[in-house]
Design a protein around this ligand. Structure first.
Ligand code: C2E
Ligand code: MG
Ligand code: MG
Length: 692
């Protein structure tokens, strides 16, 4: 919230200051003017009084002195009188002396000069007479003898200066007093106003300014200060409180409206409106990140019949149960929506494998088809799902919905209780995979996997050095399924973890058994997925397995393909080191196909490189393959690793390899992978030796 600062706004402090100073000044001036006048009058009266007194006393004393012509004596008297009082001049007019000097009268007396010193009056000095004329007050008495003769006159003059000096002293004193009183008044007024009005007011302003985005103060304002201020802040606080509570009510209303507009009241899932919005957002995101989006359109089969036969109440309950079940499978709640009726949708973003969608659709179909018990009614509902993919099928939300809907009808046509992709090939692929995935899980449970062993031979002396354990699926109806058909899917779905553990355990048990029988099977190479090695507890599992099967660590070698190790070598390093520390050997399988980094090769605790069979096939004629095979052998040697060639089918291939330094051979030339019993027979015939 922004408060505008108007230019003409003036702080209350300044305004109050000006008003107080002006008021005090006017009072002071009025008071001073009155005082001035009053004081002047009273001084005037005082002076007149005192000049009268001077005259009276001088009149008496001067009379006799005049008679005896003692001018000097009354001159002294005048001087004393002048010194005592602040008179400007005292002039004596002496008729007797005048006669003597031949004038009408003789003037003598005292007058003040510019420095206010007393000097003799000279009647001929025009300046003196001028000064006397300018005196604001004078009084003149006759000097009369007892006999009634008039000897002369005596006059007293008072000038402005003496009066002004007195006046100034009085005025100055009173002005100082006034200023002090005014200052005191201003300060006390200011303190009072500040404490009771201005401070509480500015606290209120600060508190009000501390507001949220809507301009409503965050805290209530302080309620102190004068009674009027208290009433003000109390009223404002009441206003704030009522705005707050109405805002909460408004927000609740807004939320409720938002909920009604975006969510389905029955199931609490997003409605068609919100779903459209989310799908569009998902498409925009996928477009930027170059990812796929899948839209699942779920429609319950024969839902209308439930509504018609059992009533809408039951129908509603069924829909709620369905929504709950969907919520259990689709963990991201935002992805779920109910478009109305018995139609639900799921939007899957960040799609990595299309495979995941098929598995999810399958799970949904399975879960929704489980019995629903409502009010003692056990209901079975199946569902049909249509799936469309962005960007494969369509680029706009509208098209994706249209195509998913069309695919859903296709699922209905296919007999319901199934899912269909909009594109036919996708559906086919998906079914194959879903069936396979379910099949693999079943096979694991039913122990349909068997381990075959392929001998590894020292090409120089044909002695057995070990063997590789290779899994096969003994399908009850199809027969023996090779790993290439199911390992990739097992990797994708994670079944590879229990599957590999099963193979490991079987092979270890078998090794112990063979050693116990006095056979020399050498070292068994086990193929492991990186997913297995990355299991947090893999080391514990491996140790436990060795203990349980009584298989020695040195009888075991783990093979990981080059591409899997090099996909994330940093992550692999720690586990591989722990494995190596246990005494279990490590080999890189299919070497030459996975773009190894030499620096990692040096850092990883690898014992053996296994040259991929693609480089062996055309040996020794293909020059390129020959060069690669030789380079791998040289690399292994320089890194102090052993090397083995797999897929060796001919004598020429073997001879080329042995001649170039790779004496370890695995391939059909010696033997194909074989079941345990055959291997046992093989072992009992061949003498074994350990390869170096
Ligand atoms: P791999 O580890 O490179 O195994 C070697 C493959 O070459 C085996 O195929 C083997 O039968 C085949 N082979 C051996 N000598 C010759 C030969 O002279 N000529 C020809 N043409 N092929 C030969 P198989 O048994 O089909 O296994 C395929 C792949 O499946 C294996 O490649 C391995 O990567 C994977 N695999 C097998 N068993 C397991 C397992 O228990 N766990 C894991 N994670 N993967 C496994
Ligand atoms: Mg292998
Ligand atoms: Mg291989």
């Amino acid at each position: 919230m922004v408060f505008k600062n108007h230019k003409h706004e003036r702080s209350l402090y300044v305004t109050l200051g000006i008003v107080i100073v002006l008021t005090v000044t006017i009072i002071m001036i009025t008071h001073s003017a009155y005082m001035y006048k009053d004081t002047k009058n009273s001084i005037k009266e005082q002076m007149q009084e005192s000049s009268k007194e001077t005259l009276i006393s001088l009149q008496k004393n001067v009379t006799n002195l005049m008679k005896s012509y003692s001018i000097n004596e009354y001159d002294k008297l005048i001087f004393n009188a002048m010194e005592k009082r602040d008179n400007f001049a005292i002039i004596v007019e002496d008729y007797n002396m005048g006669k003597i000097v031949g004038e009408k009268s003789f003037f003598s007396g005292k007058i003040r000069d510019k420095e206010w010193k007393i000097i003799d009056y000279d009647v001929k000095e025009s300046e003196h007479n001028q000064q006397l004329k300018e005196c604001y007050y004078s009084d003149k008495y006759d000097i009369v003898t007892d006999g009634g003769d008039v000897l002369g006159t005596i006059a007293v003059y008072i000038s402005n200066r003496s009066m002004n000096a007195q006046l100034n002293r009085v005025i100055l004193g009173s002005v100082i007093n006034l200023i002090l009183i005014s200052l005191l008044l201003i300060i006390s007024l200011f303190i009072t106003i500040r404490h009771f009005i201005l401070k509480p007011l500015s606290d209120i302003v600060v508190s009000i300014r501390n507001s949220d985005d809507d301009g409503i103060p965050i805290d209530l304002i302080p309620e102190d200060g004068a009674k009027e201020i208290f009433l003000l802040s109390n009223t404002v606080n009441n206003m704030i409180s009522s705005i707050r509570s109405s805002r909460i009510a408004l927000k609740e209303q807004k939320n409720a409206l938002h909920y009604q507009a975006n969510y389905d009241a029955l199931t609490g899932l997003a409605n068609r409106f919100l779903f459209n919005d989310r799908l569009e957002q998902a498409i925009v995101k996928a477009k930027h990140s170059d990812k796929k989006v899948a839209l699942l359109f779920i429609d319950l089969d024969h839902f209308k019949e439930i509504n018609d036969s059992l009533g809408h109440d039951i129908g509603d309950k069924v829909l709620r149960v369905i929504a709950q079940r969907l919520g259990k499978i689709v963990h991201k709640r935002d992805a779920l929506a109910r478009l109305g009726g018995d139609e639900f949708t799921v939007v899957i973003e960040d799609l990595k494998h299309i495979q995941d969608i098929s598995l999810l659709a399958n799970k949904i179909i399975e879960l929704l088809s489980k019995a629903i018990t409502i009010d003692d009614n056990k209901l079975y509902i199946s569902s049909s799902i249509g799936i469309s993919l962005y960007p494969d099928d369509g680029l706009s939300a509208q098209n994706l919905i249209k195509y998913a809907d069309a695919a859903m009808y296709k699922a209905k046509d296919e007999g319901r209780n199934n899912f269909q992709y909009y594109s036919a090939e996708m559906t086919e692929l998906a079914f194959e995979r879903v069936i396979m995935d379910a099949g693999l899980r079943e096979a694991l449970k039913n122990e349909e996997f068997v381990v075959y062993y392929q001998p590894q031979i020292n090409g120089e002396n044909d002695a057995l050095t070990g063997m590789e354990a290779l899994v096969r699926w003994k399908h009850p109806s199809i027969g023996l399924v090779p790993p290439s058909k199911f390992i990739p899917l097992a990797e994708e779905t994670g079944i590879i973890i229990p599957l590999d553990q099963y193979v490991m355990k079987s092979a270890m048990k078998q090794m112990t058994k063979w050693y116990n029988q006095g056979l020399q099977p050498g070292v068994v190479a086990l193929n492991l997925s990186m997913k297995q090695l990355n299991q947090k507890d893999f080391i514990t599992i491996l140790k436990t397995m060795l203990l349980e099967t009584k298989c020695k660590a040195e009888w075991v070698e783990l093979e990981v393909t080059e591409s899997q190790i090099m996909a994330n070598p940093e992550e692999a390093i720690k586990t591989l080191q722990e494995i190596s520390a246990m005494g279990v050997k490590l080999a890189i399988d299919d070497f030459g196909t996975g773009y190894s980094s030499l620096s990692y090769l040096k850092r990883l605790p690898i014992d053996k490189l296994k040259i991929d069979q693609s480089f062996i096939r055309d040996l020794p004629d293909d020059e390129e393959d020959a060069a690669i095979a030789k380079a791998v052998i040289a690399l292994a040697k320089s890194l102090n690793m052993r090397v083995i060639a797999e897929g060796v089918e001919t004598q020429e291939q073997k001879e080329f390899l042995v001649k170039n330094g790779c004496k370890n051979i695995q391939g059909y030339l010696y033997a194909k992978p074989m079941p345990t019993a055959d291997m046992e027979l093989f072992l009992s015939k061949k003498p074994s030796s350990i390869a170096h």
